[in-house]
Design a protein around this ligand. Structure first.
Ligand SMILES: [Mg+2]
Length: 236
């Protein structure tokens, strides 16, 4: 069994990391304790300091929006993130079933930051980080290239729907990889109670909901059982 685990939203909580970064970068002047009390970085958009900054003109609004959009790729933001409760123990539990790798849409230039973060918080197999710089569907290729030829692969991702949609370009651009993967992969959709459903009449591969890491042990057996028996025709 080979696991391909996403990082942001599955292991790393964004919390207020982006808000801290924006406050420093744009010199917004929001006190640290105010940011610390924010349940999420999105709250920053409502702050009077931000409204005043954006009111200075279109150029400022654009600068704020661009910085907010790119913040997730900054090492400073990634370093400041904290582990999602239960995620370290959860990934450790995965190693009892097989090998673990990490596939992320973070850029390769911050790969070292990501490895350091995984080491700092005690995630196993922390050197096995793969950055999918261009397309989300590259996560499928991580499984294809890193797992054994016939090994079962379980993906764990909070962007389940986009990853499912990524099967189409994978089939179009990497047909033999897609062919090899269908029938031996499953997806655990992290952070939802109900898994997203396929728009196709037949499910190309099974998708199960993993609402939080505490539900892992019950779900894993089901996921393993469900992997297999599908053909590529359903996804084309
Ligand atoms: Mg994610």
């Amino acid at each position: 069994m080979f696991f391909v685990v996403d990082i942001d939203g599955v292991l790393a909580a964004s919390s207020s990391a982006i808000a801290f970064y924006l406050n420093r970068l744009l010199d917004l002047g929001i006190p640290d304790e105010v940011i610390e009390a924010m349940p999420s970085s999105a709250e920053i958009a409502q702050r009077p300091e931000v409204l005043a900054y954006c009111a200075r003109g279109e150029e400022f609004r654009d600068r704020f929006n661009a910085a907010a959009q790119n913040a997730q790729y900054e090492a400073e933001v990634q370093q400041r993130k904290l582990p999602i409760p239960g995620s370290v123990e959860g990934v450790q539990a995965l190693t009892r079933y097989g090998r673990v790798s990490y596939a992320t849409c973070r850029k390769s230039r911050t790969k070292d930051t990501t490895v350091d973060w995984l080491v700092r918080y005690g995630y196993p197999h922390s050197e096995a980080v793969y950055c999918c710089d261009n397309f989300l569907y590259e996560k499928y290729l991580v499984g294809y290239e890193q797992a054994g030829k016939d090994e079962q692969i379980v993906y764990i991702d909070d962007l389940a729907q986009p990853l499912m949609a990524g099967l189409r370009p994978l089939v179009a651009r990497h047909r033999s990889a897609a062919q090899s993967l269908i029938g031996r992969i499953a997806l655990l959709a992290y952070g939802v109670e109900e898994p997203p459903t396929w728009p196709t009449p037949r499910d190309p591969y099974p998708v199960l909901a993993l609402p939080d890491w505490s539900r892992l042990s019950t779900l894993l057996g089901v996921a393993v059982e469900k992997v297999g028996g599908r053909d590529l025709a359903a996804s084309a």
